[in-house]
Design a protein around this ligand. Structure first.
Ligand SMILES: Cc1cc2nc3c(=O)[nH]c(=O)nc-3n(C[C@H](O)[C@H](O)[C@H](O)COP(=O)(O)OP(=O)(O)OC[C@H]3O[C@@H](n4cnc5c(N)ncnc54)[C@H](O)[C@@H]3O)c2cc1C
Length: 462
């Protein structure tokens, strides 16, 4: 991977030329973690907590947070919206436990922010999932019914008026509110994790890309300046894992774009967007947004460009055309902001699985190489659980996590091989874009567009 040159708004605020070490020479470690995002860093910290004497090394191609962890929307919430998919994978009891633990991960972020261990501008504002076109109305009904059947109530149904009472957009038509959700500053979170890991004795090597992974015993990671031979290697590469042959049929990568406005505190007060709520809509290319501590709106949209064969080019750092599409969505949500120019825009890669949930296991069955990938756009809070699972596998802990329902999942299907996947994906994506554009304009969607758009890899429905 080449170093990203275009940084997110968040990283731009926190990268301050701290000392950074690159690997030179060949070393041994108890555990080598490849990838310095939330997954890799939480794993390092969990390992150090369980075994303070363990020699843990993190290898990061660029700087920690250069990937999705420093570029995301910062919406911190649990897996409740994926309850149906979790039940399909691991049954009701384990699904509920994982959802509860993911909600507790938001609490942990709050505690770490409040006690100064990991400051992240944490705000518990809740998340408003809201229909913005008539076609999206009722998008959460099946989920609400599933929650009710299973005796849980993480979501409060909200009418159009109630939604607009929280954050006023003329497009809001009602949906659900998840009060446990929060927002964080993604850059502060990931760079804070790096600092914490260093403080706990983890060796963090930045600008140190893995060039090859020797699947030997013991495994060895080769880098431009040397190598690390480790008792155990953890692959925490996020979207970049799509380049490994083991994941070609399990992982696909799509871009997501984010735009940030200048500070508009007066306008936010007028809209009523002042309590730190985050929002998302109900379309396939989901729109998500939040405010920042200095009174800006950050709005993003998923389901952007597909990566051919998992290759991530510079278009996954920035794509002005897609960003303009997000800026247009912002103007549709808030016509009063029509004259406003966005100040920042960037792209990031989303590592998607067919189920929309991450997968954990041993790479190609190798007992000493594990992986945790496929966050599918929901990783800010759930990667805390990822760290627990990967630490448990790496240290062979008897804490239940290495046998949790997301480890060595039964296969719910495979992605088609390239180039069929890319070509087919492009056709489906065009239909999804066309369908959303017509729905936004209150126009009828033809049957063919509807059917093709329906082929988007779907999670099991509630
Ligand atoms: C634009 C965008 C918006 C998002 N919004 C949200 C949100 O609001 N809420 C939410 O919950 N989730 C969101 N996500 C998802 C969330 O950011 C991810 O799930 C999470 O950051 C995954 O962390 P990770 O450590 O697994 O991956 P990453 O943070 O991508 O870390 C992988 C690291 O591996 C490094 N790397 C790559 N190749 C190599 C190599 N060869 N050798 C060594 N290192 C390498 C990369 O530089 C990168 O730092 C969003 C993602 C994006 C892209």
């Amino acid at each position: 991977m080449k170093a990203s040159v275009h940084r997110s708004f968040w990283l731009g605020q926190v990268l301050d030329g701290e000392d950074s070490l690159s690997l030179a020479g060949s070393i041994h470690a108890d555990i080598a973690i490849v990838g310095g995002g939330y997954t890799g860093l939480w794993t390092a910290l969990r390992i150090k907590k369980a075994e303070p004497a363990a020699d843990v090394v993190v290898l990061e191609a660029d700087v920690c947070g250069a990937g999705a962890s420093g570029r995301n929307g910062g919406l911190a919430h649990g897996w409740w919206e994926k309850l149906a998919q979790l039940i399909a994978i691991c049954g009701v009891a384990e699904a509920k436990r994982l959802c509860e633990t993911s909600e507790a991960a938001v609490d942990e972020l709050e505690r770490l922010d409040r006690d100064g261990t990991l400051p992240s501008d944490f705000i518990r504002g809740g998340k408003l999932s809201v229909a913005t076109t008539p076609a999206q109305v009722g998008a959460w009904d099946a989920l609400l019914a599933l929650c009710e059947r299973n005796g849980v109530d993480p979501f409060e149904p909200v009418s159009a008026a109630a939604a607009r009472g929280r954050v006023d957009s003329p497009t809001f038509l009602g949906g659900v509110f998840e009060s446990s959700a929060a927002t964080v500053h993604p850059g502060k979170l990931v760079r804070g994790l790096r600092k914490l890991a260093l403080r706990h004795g983890v060796k963090v090597y930045e600008h140190t890309p893995m060039r090859a992974l020797e699947r030997a015993t013991p495994p060895r990671v080769h880098t431009p300046g040397g190598s690390v031979t480790a008792d155990h290697v953890v692959v925490a590469l996020g979207a970049w894992a799509a380049g490994l042959p083991e994941f070609h049929r399990r992982l696909y990568v799509v871009s997501s774009e984010v735009v940030v406005t200048p500070p508009i505190p007066e306008e936010l007060r007028r809209i009523g967007w002042i309590d730190g709520e985050s929002i998302n809509d109900g379309q396939a290319r989901v729109l998500y947004g939040r405010t920042t501590s200095d009174g800006r709106i950050a709005l993003g949209r998923g389901g952007g460009r597909l990566a051919f064969g998992g290759r991530l080019d510079r278009g996954f750092d920035r794509n002005r055309r897609s960003s303009e599409d997000v800026a247009a969505a912002l103007r549709r949500l808030y016509p009063s902001l029509a004259g406003l120019k966005v100040e920042h825009d960037w792209s990031g890669p989303i590592d998607r699985t067919l189920t929309g949930l991450p997968v954990f296991g041993r790479l190609g069955g190798h007992p000493k190489i594990s992986y945790g990938i496929g966050w599918s756009g929901t990783g800010v809070a759930p990667t805390l659980i990822g760290g627990r699972i990967l630490a448990s596998i790496a240290l062979d802990l008897d804490d239940g996590w290495q046998r949790c329902g997301l480890v060595e999942q039964r296969s719910l299907g495979k992605l088609p091989p390239e180039p069929i996947r890319y070509a087919g994906g492009a056709v489906v994506r065009r239909a999804v874009v066309r369908k959303a554009a017509r729905e936004d304009a209150s126009r009828k969607v033809d049957r063919l567009t509807h059917s093709i758009a329906g082929l988007v890899p779907r999670l099991p429905e509630a």
